[in-house]
Design a protein around this ligand. Structure first.
Ligand SMILES: Nc1ncnc2c1ncn2[C@@H]1O[C@H](COP(=O)(O)OP(=O)(O)OP(=O)(O)O)[C@@H](O)[C@H]1O
Ligand SMILES: [Mg+2]
Length: 362
């Protein structure tokens, strides 16, 4: 699966950077502002054609440059044979992706190189809006069922159409019935895939969490976005007058959410900062374990500043599980020492010291 060679050009302070990563654990260490997170950002761009830190390309692309490029040799299917993959973005927002000599689109890229990020933003799974949790959920649903993307796109299209009719303010009964039927068909299929994914994820999450967070039990549940007891056709009918007044559809998969509770209380309000980090990391680890089980290949983990918020014992356990996902990991830390000693003898460890955007040889 892993990236066997990586070349980065004009990503933030990285003018030209090449590395031959380990298929296992890669630790990128160096002082503040040296370019550690930028390396992760470049790998994220390689997998998803965008940054995980900004939507503004003039921040991602090095000042004074008009485009940035990440080029890699990747063994995406774990066959032992690497193929060239290149992603290029320019200030006009064009994205060019080449794989094995062909242009490919973003969906194909996302399938090819599944990337998981754990950074300060990951806390938003607990603290952020439902949209963040839906994104988490849909990452998994996308990677566990090839039908998901077609349903998701179809649903988005129907939702947009229904909402523009609602905004228009007048809908003939006959037209409404047609759109509602299509909405319900997509919604239910999409919902089934999400439910199946959470059912499969839950045992993996519970197992990891039981080890990582002793004495605290988290109840993870899925909320589809409408009252299932009434059925979606009834809910759409019941909400119709209100939806018409508001100009949008108030119930459906676009409102789905994940609930995380501790003794009946919202986890975001109950847990300490470190405990939250353990919970969100466990969710991400569980996704990696499940991805491996379903696809017989591993994803890539980008972990920005692993030691922050975790004590030694929890860092050790976290590293243990990370190794178990069999993933290629890129981990940043200011302090090299903070990340030694947590790995098994079998772990394929490689250290990279970065200083002012370049690797130091010492
Ligand atoms: N578009 C850009 N062009 C050039 N340099 C940039 C650009 N955006 C950010 N930088 C600079 O890149 C440097 C590296 O930033 P980065 O976030 O990768 O550092 P880091 O090693 O992760 O630091 P920390 O330990 O503080 O997290 C910083 O000095 C930053 O100011
Ligand atoms: Mg950083």
């Amino acid at each position: 699966m892993p990236i066997t060679q990586l070349n980065i050009r004009a990503v933030r302070n990285l003018s030209e950077l090449s590395l031959s990563p380990s298929p296992g654990i890669n630790i990128i260490h160096g002082p503040n502002g040296s370019g550690k997170s930028s390396v992760l950002e470049a790998i994220h761009m390689l997998g998803l054609c965008r940054s995980f830190r900004t939507n503004k390309l003039n921040h991602l692309i090095q000042t004074g440059e008009t485009q940035c490029t990440v080029f890699a040799q990747v063994d995406a299917m774990g066959s032992g044979m690497s193929q060239p993959l290149g992603v290029e973005r320019n200030l006009e927002s064009d994205c060019r992706i080449r794989y094995a000599g062909n242009n490919i689109d973003i969906t194909t890229l996302a399938e090819l190189l599944p990337v998981q990020v754990i950074n300060a933003e990951t806390f938003m799974i607990l603290e952020g809006s439902p949209a963040v949790r839906r994104q988490f959920l849909d990452w998994g649903s996308f990677h566990s069922n090839p039908e998901f993307i077609r349903l998701w796109r179809g649903f988005k299209r129907v939702l947009k159409q229904r909402n523009s009719l609602l905004k228009y303010g007048k809908i003939e009964q006959r037209i409404r019935a047609v759109w509602d039927q299509e909405f319900i068909t997509y919604a239910e299929q999409l919902n089934t895939l999400r439910e199946l994914y959470i059912e499969a994820l839950k045992p993996e999450f519970d197992l990891i969490l039981a080890d990582l967070l002793e004495g605290v039990s988290i109840d993870l549940s899925f909320s589809p976005g409408w009252d299932k007891k009434r059925g979606l056709d009834q809910v759409l009918d019941d909400n119709f007058e209100r939806d018409l007044r508001q100009g949008y559809t108030s119930a459906g998969p676009q409102r789905a959410d994940l609930r995380l509770k501790v003794d009946g209380h919202t986890a975001a309000e109950r847990l300490s900062r470190g405990q939250k980090k353990i919970v969100v990391s466990s969710l991400k680890l569980a996704q990696g374990v499940l991805f491996y089980k379903l696809n017989s290949r591993a994803c890539i983990y980008l972990i920005d500043d692993l030691p922050s918020e975790l004590d030694q014992q929890h860092s050790r356990l976290f590293c243990h599980y990370l190794e178990k996902t069999a993933s290629q990991c890129f981990i940043t830390s200011v302090d090299k020492e903070a990340l030694t000693g947590y790995w098994s003898d079998q772990a394929e460890l490689r250290f990279f010291n970065i200083q002012e955007g370049a690797f130091s040889t010492q």
